[in-house]
Design a protein around this ligand. Structure first.
Ligand code: AHR
Length: 503
């Protein structure tokens, strides 16, 4: 095929030999960017539910108690799947406390977060919320102190269409049609000693296997997520191996959780967490493969169903983390890693959604958007694209005795509008990096849309009335093209999404 070389002068710099190169090839596909990668998590914790998405009696809430300003921001974010009710909360939760007339629901001591739980928000309130925002609901059963019966009855309450005891309870509570909840988690972080009902891998696997069987007998269309590794100080690989081995004929996903921090106040180290995220994914993918040696194995994927930056606000601050510009850059790092592993990472849930380690913060008068909100929204526009296996050569630095490219990259392709997305995190604190982007298949057109987050102060944050600072800038470039490649300079400490078009 005839190929011409396009040169686009962009980003204000045209280097003779740019120090970095990115080769894109729409034939080198990894897998679909699953829409479920753009999920969130809503736990009964601090002001996530009460005062977050739900505030009875507030002038900002509708007749059902949902905060409408929050709902608008949540809808705009494009949440595809919402995990509920925890988290650590789920391991001590009795779901039957949260159904029926609100004034008759019991107030309980909540042990995971040392709080009082009014139970005024429960299964029906959650499932109606998920419907209102257009997200798949994803319920995590109590795999800590709960029982197999609790789990199967919960599925019956939400999904059964015949007249059974639990389906009729649902009808009594105002909902005739089954909710048809498809995604169910078989417990949360059961590998962690902090978890109520923590178990060793063998005991957990026995419980989860029986729960899975019983839940599927109620509804065989459900998808199940096993509690995978969250406790990386322990034998996390052994945990996954045992769980996968025991559950390989029952589960559809295994969960991973990762929270990152910048305690050393070192940007390049912080944005090098991708080393570990890639490693967790690839090691777990290997463990999945190792259990699939038999004929006709059940496909199993990774659900990264808790991920975020979390290190400043602890339990006493109810996890109300204030996010800054460098945390927004870290969002790109996580998504780049998920996209690069799009064949195996098929679900991800940012922990969480509102107030608790969250992109949206509220008070009684309104809300503001944290800097991390914007990259989440923008990466979400690539859902359904196919992830491409880009070749990257970039200046490097050394972290944990390994070389790491300053440019952290993922690429995706939308065949409907012939758009190629080049997602580039420049994690260098000081170097702008001129990069030749070379297209291998098809002809580039001159239209380039640029979305970029960059800010001089890495620690800049937002607050009420001041949330327009650390926001993306967008522009379009029409290049004078002469060759099938372009040069773009990625500024130091920036996150850029270039949307290129093929003829
Ligand atoms: O998201 C906050 C907590 O972090 C969750 O409850 C738990 O699963 C994790 O340890």
């Amino acid at each position: 095929m005839h190929r011409i070389l396009l040169v686009l002068i962009a980003g204000g710099l045209m280097a003779q030999t740019p120090p970095a190169r990115i080769k894109i090839d729409i034939d080198r596909t990894i897998g679909e960017v699953d829409p479920l990668l753009f999920g969130n998590f809503a736990e009964h914790l601090g002001r996530m539910i009460y005062g977050g998405i739900y505030e009875e009696g507030s002038p900002l809430s509708d007749k059902d108690g949902y905060r409408t300003d929050v709902m608008d921001a949540v809808k705009k974010l494009g949440v595809s799947i919402l995990r509920y009710p925890g988290g650590n909360f789920s391991s001590g939760y009795n779901w039957t406390d949260g159904i029926g007339p609100k004034d008759q629901r019991p107030v309980r001591v909540e042990l995971a977060w040392n709080a009082l739980e009014s139970n005024r928000f429960g299964t029906d309130e959650f499932l109606r919320y998920a419907e209102r925002i257009g997200a798949e609901p994803y319920i995590c059963i109590n795999g800590g102190l709960g029982t197999v019966d609790d789990a199967r009855h919960w599925v019956e309450y939400t999904n059964e269409s015949r007249h059974t005891y639990w389906a009729d309870q649902r009808r009594k509570n105002g909902r005739d049609e089954p909710y048809k909840v498809k995604y169910w988690g078989l417990g949360n972080e059961i590998d962690g000693p902090w978890q109520l009902g923590h178990k060793n891998a063998e005991d957990y696997a026995k419980f989860a296997l029986e729960a899975a069987k019983a839940m599927r007998l109620v509804d065989d269309s459900i998808k199940l997520v096993a509690s995978g590794s969250s406790n990386y100080g322990a034998d996390w690989i052994g945990w996954n191996r045992t769980v996968l081995n025991a559950l390989r004929n029952e589960i559809d996903y295994i969960a991973l959780h990762t929270y990152i921090n910048n305690r050393d106040n070192d940007l390049e180290k912080f944005l090098g967490w991708s080393q570990r995220i890639d490693y967790y994914i690839e090691t777990t993918a290997g463990a999945i493969q190792a259990t699939q040696s038999g004929p006709n194995p059940r496909p199993i994927y990774i659900a990264y169903d808790e991920w975020n930056v979390w290190y400043r606000a602890g339990n006493n601050e109810h996890l109300e983390e204030t996010y800054n510009f460098e945390d927004a850059l870290a969002m790109g790092m996580f998504f780049n890693s998920f996209f690069r592993h799009a064949d195996v990472v098929k679900m991800a849930n940012l922990a969480q959604l509102v107030n608790v380690i969250a992109p949206i913060m509220t008070n009684k008068q309104g809300l503001f958007l944290q800097p991390i909100y914007f990259p989440i929204l923008e990466y979400g526009k690539q859902r359904g694209n196919v992830a491409l296996n880009a070749w990257v050569a970039s200046p490097k630095y050394t972290l944990n005795r390994r070389e790491l490219p300053y440019l952290d990259v993922s690429t995706t392709y939308n065949s409907k509008d012939h758009a190629v997305y080049v997602n580039v995190l420049n994690r260098s604190k000081s170097q702008d990096i001129a990069t030749r982007i070379e297209n291998q298949e098809g002809i580039l057109t001159p239209d380039v849309a640029v979305w970029q987050m960059n800010y001089p102060d890495l620690k800049a944050t937002h607050t009420f009335g001041d949330d327009k600072k650390v926001v993306p800038k967008t522009s379009t470039l029409t290049a004078s093209l002469s060759k099938n490649s372009l040069v773009y300079t990625f500024p130091a400490h920036s996150l850029t999404i270039l949307r290129l078009r093929l003829e």
